[in-house]
Write a protein that binds this ligand. Sequence first.
Ligand code: DQA
Length: 151
Amino acid sequence: MRVLVLQGPNLKALGKREPAIYGALTLHAIEQQLETEAQGLGIILTHLQSNHEGELIDALHRLDSDFDGCILNAGAFTHTSIALRDAIASQGAPVIEVHLSNIFARESFRRRSLIAPVCRGSISGLGALSYSLALTALARIPRDPEAASVA
Ligand code: DQA
């Protein structure tokens, strides 16, 4: 199984960026942790971070041809980008939306996700654990009839 781990704007600065909100782990540390977990699950990860909406869209367009699923932290584009939403909707592979912070407990402009309705599921507010849980979900979705049947 191949999974794309796609990170949106400003996530490269994790560790230095508002650590009280996003935690002290760097993006590299989160990726390393995920790699260890993916190996145990027999999953091959590809990591991509971009501050550019078009680059994220191009990556999403390659989902069905190159990957079996995607873990997506779209950063602030979560709240603004219809284009990102349309790119997710154009693919059949499951996309799990993740956020380090609890977007529903923050400013009102963060409480709305434009991408949530076209993602298979959303995990928010658990720090790096949000990514680990998304990986577990992607590993199980193809084989789990319960997960497959929930609308
Ligand atoms: C974020 C939440 C977004 O609102 C914010 O713009 C980010 C990070 C998170 O992981 O908590 O860049 O996606």
